[in-house]
Ligand binder design. Structure first.
Ligand SMILES: NC(=O)c1ccc[n+]([C@@H]2O[C@H](COP(=O)([O-])OP(=O)(O)OC[C@H]3O[C@@H](n4cnc5c(N)ncnc54)[C@H](O)[C@@H]3O)[C@@H](O)[C@H]2O)c1
Length: 327
């Protein structure tokens, strides 16, 4: 059993990852718990006797936080473009400076492996298909900050301190700390409620996708196989937004849905992503099925009465939160 610290582990990805890793490990979640499902449900989580929660800002990290910790999974931050744009100075401080400092102190404290959740949006607008060694082109404040953090954290790698960078595609699927500001999740919700779909731009923008269950399983795979340091694009499929919409309509069986285009709101992010490294480090990895994940999400939306609100739309939450911060 390993001792793992998940920073940002109370969020959309972290809540699922924490539950997966608890099966065979001790897990400490270090988070401000802006989204508090784990705090509220700590005792209901399986193997909760191995779960420890630290409510703390990443800006306040110190060596004591890493006592006996072997592996850090880094998911912390202000996790999308519109939320980061609300206060660029503060979000750069968190998404770049604080995340880098966190990794540096982890290394100095004897942590052996650092798994960093990066983003495919660092490729920005790119006409050609991009791979791990392609030129990056981060467009937003969010993508620029994460890319800087990724670059400097990767430079920390050594024989004793392995660094694994997972450049995440846009994620989708049910999490106990749900997000409806992710395109597949939002469109699923809207279709379920018999609403029309509005696509920003002409829908031809290409985007990679990955299930939140798959990213959690990728962490598990790294922890089990102990690979050397690497950078990997983490995606299961790429598609343009129009085709994606039709796929979801087909899965949910809502053929009469009206799909409209908001041509004034152009979406400049367009990246068709592949991976040259994935198979090398994730042998025999099987991705989950989009249809299966969407059906599971629908079941939980109904059962838990989930909906887009301040807890599930990050920009709504940060609008309120950041208005109180002086930066
Ligand atoms: N969800 C996606 O589609 C996606 C895609 C690509 C990359 N990522 C990256 O994956 C990571 C996790 O994404 P997510 O969807 O789970 O986001 P999330 O917003 O659900 O989770 C982020 C977590 O960070 C915590 N946090 C924020 N500021 C903090 C601070 N100052 N100190 C301590 N904790 C703080 C929040 O409380 C939250 O639990 C992020 O770094 C994000 O950039 C996510």
């Amino acid at each position: 059993m390993k001792k793992i610290l998940i920073v940002g582990g109370g969020g959309y990805v972290g809540t699922e990852l924490t539950q997966k890793l608890l099966k065979n490990n001790y897990v400490t979640v270090y988070d401000l718990f802006y989204f508090n499902w784990l705090i509220k449900n700590k005792n209901k989580v399986k193997n909760s006797e191995r779960l420890f929660l630290i409510k703390k800002d990443i800006l306040e990290v110190n060596k004591k936080d890493f006592k006996d910790i072997e592996i850090v999974c880094d998911l912390a931050g202000i996790a999308n473009d519109p939320s980061s744009d609300l206060n660029k100075k503060y979000s750069t401080k968190i998404n770049y400076e604080a995340r880098y400092k966190f990794a540096k102190i982890a290394k100095e404290s004897g942590v052996k492996r650092y798994i960093f959740n990066s983003t495919c949006s660092i490729y920005g607008f790119n006409k050609k298909k991009v791979f791990e060694k392609s030129k990056i082109n981060p467009l937003s404040c969010y993508a620029k900050a994460v890319q800087k953090a990724e670059r400097k954290i990767y430079l920390l790698k050594s024989k004793e301190f392995k660094v694994n960078i997972l450049r995440n595609a846009t994620l989708y699927g049910f999490s106990n700390s749900m997000r409806f500001d992710l395109v597949i999740n939002l469109f699923t919700y809207l279709l379920l409620k018999n609403k029309n779909i509005f696509i920003d731009g002409d829908g031809k923008q290409s985007r990679p996708f990955l299930s939140v269950q798959d990213i959690s399983r990728m962490y598990l795979h790294i922890i089990q196989t102990q690979p050397k340091s690497f950078i990997v694009n983490a995606l299961s499929f790429s598609t343009n937004i129009y085709d994606l919409t039709n796929k979801i309509i087909k899965i949910i069986k809502k053929p009469k849905t009206l799909v409209k285009f908001n041509l004034e709101k152009k979406d400049h992010r367009n990246y068709n992503v592949g991976s040259k490294n994935f198979k090398k480090y994730f042998k025999n990895f099987k991705f989950t099925d989009l249809g299966k994940d969407i059906k599971k999400m629908i079941k939980n939306i109904k059962k838990l009465n989930l909906r887009p609100n301040i807890k599930t739309i990050r920009v709504k939450f940060y609008k309120k939160k950041l208005s109180r911060l002086k930066y």
